[in-house]
Write a protein that binds this ligand. Structure first.
Ligand SMILES: Cc1ncc(COP(=O)(O)O)c(C=O)c1O
Ligand SMILES: [Zn+2]
Length: 382
């Protein structure tokens, strides 16, 4: 039996029981989960290799409510990048093809525990695929809102899971607005608003530390859109640090597309609020978030970790797509944006630094885009 969780508003500090069917505070503020995890290492190491091996750190009270495909504990592999060794977590190998399954598994388990029957979610694609699949297992009805130019592979995945798909014309922000409207009626299983999603993505940090022999890396290079992996990682490393398991919290390096880089800009200009930006199209659709809901939290986490942000342009994203696919890693362009950021980071890194990064989404999700980039680059050669 795991201890009960609470939720705390970051704006007015009101405290709610973890059993309230709310996803934001009555004052409109963001909620965070307040929960005391524990890490019985001997027990953990004997359990099956899934993210649920950290059972005492996941705020779901009853095992019977767990919705899981035995996901997680993805391979952490050494990769040599131009003579510099790094470790890469292969989170594109999750059941629905992206790391979003970490968040979906905990969030939809929580939704089941709350007895909620209908949820809504909005996404650039991958979070929608994950929520749809976990709702299918939980037999919970879901409506997934996506921009109408979302990759066909992701749309098919959402539809095949039996979710109701809502394609919204316009920008990613228009899609978020449409979902917020629907959330006035149904529970919002949002990967950016709902704090239980981050209770799943934090397992990314646990797995890395365990796979490195219960020690922390010096730096982690992760994507930064809505920051669901970045903030989850920060929570996870902090919890392990507070429990005395790791000696330090790694520097967190968030990678943004230069065409949509509000967090990078805030950091460059020493701002504490997220600036309004002029968003341009980018191959890295998954991190193209102009108004990240938890933007201020992301800035604070990165600053507290003594990390920073990197912005990558379209040609760097394309080049790293080619380089990584040629090594046999089939990952989608949003993931190669992180790799382009990693390459930039390595240029000035200390030779002794233990650096970890991540493949976030599978290439099979973005077939048309992958083919189009291939055609463009071969016609440029002609
Ligand atoms: C493949 C992939 N990578 C990275 C991200 C970035 O996510 P976030 O910063 O919201 O964690 C996304 C989000 O949709 C994604 O689909
Ligand atoms: Zn509040």
């Amino acid at each position: 039996m795991v201890h009960m969780s609470k939720m705390v508003c970051e704006k007015c500090h009101k405290i709610f029981s973890g059993y309230e069917k709310i996803w934001r505070c009555v004052c409109g503020g963001l909620l965070d989960v307040d929960f005391q995890p524990s890490f019985p290492i001997d027990k953990i190491q004997k359990r099956p290799p899934t993210m649920w091996r950290y059972r005492e750190a996941l705020p779901i009270a009853q095992d019977q409510n767990i919705i899981s495909f035995a996901e997680g504990f993805t391979p952490l592999i050494p990769v040599d990048l131009g003579g510099k060794p790094v470790w890469i977590k292969q989170d594109h190998l999750f059941p629905t093809g992206s790391y979003k399954d970490r968040g979906a598994s905990v969030l939809i388990s929580k939704v089941k525990e709350l007895g909620v029957r209908n949820v809504v979610e909005d996404s650039s694609g991958n979070a929608g695929c994950a929520i749809a699949a976990y709702c299918a297992q939980a037999k919970i009805k879901c409506q997934i809102f996506v921009p109408d130019d979302t990759a066909a592979g992701k749309l098919a995945q959402i539809l095949w899971s039996g979710a109701e798909l809502r394609k919204i014309p316009g920008s990613r922000e228009d899609t978020a607005q449409a979902a917020l409207k629907a959330a006035e009626k149904d529970y919002y299983a949002s990967h950016s608003w709902n704090p239980f999603f981050f209770q799943g993505t934090k397992t990314f940090a646990y797995e890395i530390c365990e796979q490195l022999g219960w020690r922390s890396p010096d730096a982690v290079v992760v994507p930064a859109g809505n920051g669901t992996l970045l903030l989850g990682a920060f929570i996870g490393f902090q919890e392990l640090f507070s429990a005395g398991i790791i000696s330090h919290i790694p520097k967190i390096i968030g990678v943004q597309s230069a065409n949509c880089a509000p967090l990078y800009q805030a950091c460059q200009e020493n701002l504490f609020d997220i600036p309004k930006i002029d968003k341009q199209d980018t191959l890295a659709e998954g991190i193209a978030i102009a108004e990240p809901i938890r933007g201020k939290q992301i800035l604070e986490a990165v600053r507290r970790s003594k990390g920073g942000f990197i912005a990558v342009n379209e040609s760097e994203i394309k080049r790293s797509l080619q380089d990584f696919c040629k090594k046999g890693f089939y990952i989608e362009p949003t993931s190669t944006a992180t790799m382009a950021g990693l390459i930039q980071y390595l240029k000035n890194s200390n030779p002794d630094e233990l650096i970890v990064s991540v493949f976030t989404g599978h290439g099979l999700k973005a077939t048309e885009k992958m083919l189009k980039i291939l055609e463009e680059s071969s016609s440029n050669k002609d």
